[in-house]
Design a protein around this ligand. Structure first.
Ligand SMILES: [Zn+2]
Length: 216
């Protein structure tokens, strides 16, 4: 078996990183739309952010059930909400997985992520902003918690400027690039997270190959 690849367009990647920055210090989450969920090449086409309704959104995420259901329904109806998507992909687009951010943690699944994974065959993508704050000690605890507000506040303002499309704040846009937010992706097998290779899909134009695995 060859390793599974997750093809992620640059624009979606940037959207996810931007959402993660805007939402920091809370975790953000959402649904990934694409094709080839159960195949060896999962292609992400679009994303839909969903409110994080966890009790403690700084360390947990829980997709708003109602809005998540709406995303599933809209995809099943043929993507009514995906007006900008080409009609070709509209027909085959499915929910391929979910994403959330780790504002202060690595791009790997936490013990909590493992415990709450419940969709076998689906992709779990994690956006890590941890490299933005290299100075942050690796110990979780009171020290980190008391430092977080001031630090996060400063970051939040910068990220907001960049997110609003105000390109005048050079510092902010530079930091979101330099931060080089890490993206990790896994497929939940039902027992464990299988690591996926994340690649940009920008170079690829051909989408026919997915039909082969589909008919097999
Ligand atoms: Zn997590």
């Amino acid at each position: 078996m060859s390793p599974t690849t997750l093809l992620l367009p640059t624009d979606v990647r940037e959207t996810l990183v931007s959402e993660a920055s805007d939402g920091s210090p809370a975790e953000i989450c959402g649904v990934l739309l694409g094709t080839g969920r159960a195949s060896e090449t999962v292609r992400v086409i679009d994303s839909r952010q969903v409110p994080n309704v966890a009790d403690d959104p700084r360390t947990r995420y829980e997709l708003d059930p109602g809005e998540t259901a709406q995303v599933f329904e809209s995809v099943e109806r043929g993507g009514e909400s995906a007006d900008d998507t080409a009609s070709e992909s509209r027909n085959t687009t499915e929910v391929v997985g979910f994403y959330h951010s780790h504002p202060r943690g690595p791009p790997g699944p936490s013990a909590t992520d493992r415990a709450q994974a419940q969709w076998p065959g689906y992709v779990y993508l994690i956006v890590s902003l941890a490299s933005e704050s290299d100075a942050t000690p690796t110990t979780d605890g009171a020290a980190t918690a008391t430092e977080a507000p001031a630090d996060a506040d400063a970051e939040g303002v910068g990220a907001e400027g960049a997110g609003a499309g105000v390109a005048t704040d050079e510092d902010a846009s530079e930091s979101s690039e330099r931060a080089g937010a890490d993206i990790g992706a896994w497929r939940w097998t039902g027992d464990e997270f299988e690591s996926l290779a994340v690649e940009s899909s920008d170079d690829e134009q051909v989408t026919d190959e997915s039909d082969d695995s589909r008919s097999a």
